[in-house]
Design a protein around this ligand. Structure first.
Ligand SMILES: [Zn+2]
Ligand SMILES: [Zn+2]
Length: 488
């Protein structure tokens, strides 16, 4: 018997957690966090309580209540009755957006997590930059453990300084079948707003299953998505799980459009250009890099992005600039004592302003500080998101423009953030901003085309608020209920 159970992504954008069961094999397709549901109860400043995070998230319906999948250190501490054996054969990750990987932190470390090389690079970036919250994607820091003191008497609480442990992360090759439990899986590259996005074709005992993950057909690498469709069609799948984020929208502005439009806006401008785009969208970073070069400017990026570019290069991505590219500068904002750029303090003193992961580029030639940017404002395009706006007080932009290359706010807290952004922009004469964006998700017509080409017998629309929009299609379309098991 084959079955599918959807624990997220149902009538909502993201939070995909889909359990596929075929005989003895159990596989999760993604294990993401659902932003909307999560933010109903929590904020950045009021996150789930660590001491009972799994039970709290289960009580709120955010994590499924399944035995044998959660971290054993947490289960023991939280009094969750658990089993010795690992409850599933693996998790297939479509890409490293939080709505697809966000709850991996809670999974036990011996569950194999299957990822593309680029997804591994981004997971490593989270490990390296010590991003707060529940982000132990590559490495696990055992918690709630007492370890004997060196003196031999008494115990102390284990911390990350006492060592971390590796998760069982397995990096797959695209287009090459691999086994998870008893099932053959093939991963195909697709184009999305994050490197390493993957769609899967799985051979089950009841025929092929296609899972699209998130994808688009209007990015720089649209051919990847088209090639996936060809391969998925050849597999003559019985069933298909498709995303439908923008199912009601026809417009599909391309990445080239972003480059052309921002080029037009920047041309001949005498001031600083600030671009706000998703921090890990390396395609958008490349777009603004190209725009900068075409306009005799340099692109200023964040330390996190520099780390990401170098990790992606380490994992074989060669179409992106590296952190030491001659047209890239790495911004060091003032932190802690704010000593960066000061000549009356030693390098050792300056270094102490930064956490260990931030120090990496401090002695590189291509770093830049706010006063240096302020002096030559027409020489740069600067990446700046919400969290960096306070640096404007040091840069004091004149004749500057602000390009907004992110999606529109879609909930209350994002609208509040936008109000705050607008206040900063008004203060420095950059309001209103230029809106130039291309979505990471395919338009409605492109999704319907894909489905009609692949022609599964049964369709499960997820990652959409409007699954009803798929009803008119020629195959059997399931209107999914969260937590219900669908036998195939
Ligand atoms: Zn998503
Ligand atoms: Zn995504």
């Amino acid at each position: 018997m084959v079955s599918l159970t959807f624990y997220g992504g149902v009538k909502e954008i993201g939070g995909n957690k889909i359990l596929l069961q075929d005989g003895d094999t159990k596989i999760f397709l993604d294990f993401g966090m659902n932003f909307n549901e999560h933010s109903k109860y929590f904020t950045e400043y009021m996150p789930p309580r660590k001491s009972s995070c799994i039970t709290d998230l289960m009580s709120l319906g955010l994590l499924p209540n399944i035995k044998g999948i959660y971290r054993r250190d947490y289960c023991k501490h939280m009094g969750i009755s658990d089993q010795e054996e690992n409850g599933i054969d693996g998790v297939l990750i479509s890409h490293a957006h939080m709505d697809h990987i966000g709850y991996i932190h809670f999974l036990r470390k011996d569950i194999p997590i299957y990822v593309s090389p680029e997804t591994k690079a981004i997971m490593d970036m989270f490990t390296e930059t010590g991003a707060g919250g529940y982000t132990e994607f590559s490495d696990v820091k055992p918690s709630f453990e007492l370890i004997p003191l060196k003196s031999g008497e008494g115990f102390k609480r284990r911390t990350s300084r006492d060592g971390t442990e590796k998760r069982d992360i397995r990096v797959f090759e695209f287009n090459k079948p691999f086994k998870v439990g008893d099932l053959d899986v093939t991963a195909y590259r697709v184009d999305h707003s994050l490197p390493g996005a993957t769609a899967f074709v799985i051979n089950t005992s009841k025929g092929g299953l296609v899972y699209t993950g998130d994808l688009r057909f209007h990015g720089r690498h649209k051919q990847w998505s088209h090639d996936f469709v060809k391969n998925a069609t050849k597999a003559e799948p019985t069933f298909m799980i498709t995303e439908g984020t923008r199912i009601t929208q026809k417009e599909a502005r391309t990445e080239e459009y972003v480059q052309e439009e921002s080029g037009k806006v920047i041309k001949g401008k005498k001031g600083l250009v600030i671009a706000n785009f998703p921090i890990r969208d390396s395609e958008r970073l490349l777009t603004f890099y190209n725009t900068a070069v075409e306009n005799n400017r340099k692109l200023i990026i964040e330390v996190r992005q520099a780390i990401m570019l170098d990790l992606l290069s380490k994992y074989g991505v060669n179409n992106l600039p590296k952190s030491d590219d001659k047209n890239i500068l790495i911004f060091y904002p003032k932190k802690s004592w704010g000593l960066v750029g000061r000549e009356d303090f030693t390098n050792e003193q300056i270094e102490q302003d930064y956490s260990s992961w931030e120090k990496g580029f401090l002695n590189c030639k291509n770093i830049i500080t706010a006063p240096e940017i302020a002096k030559n404002q027409d020489k740069y395009i600067m990446f700046m998101n919400y969290f960096q706006l306070n640096n404007l007080l040091d840069i004091k932009p004149k004749n500057a423009i602000h390009i907004r290359s992110i999606c529109e706010p879609f909930n209350e807290s994002m609208e509040l953030d936008q109000e705050r952004i607008n206040n900063w922009l008004k203060l420095f004469g950059m309001y209103p901003e230029h809106k130039i964006h291309s979505s990471g998700h395919a338009s409605g017509p492109a999704i319907f085309d894909m489905i009609e080409t692949i022609k599964p017998k049964v369709l499960f629309p997820i990652h959409t608020e409007m699954p009803g929009k798929f009803r008119h299609l020629s195959m059997k379309v399931k209107m999914i209920k969260e937590g219900k098991t669908y036998k195939i």
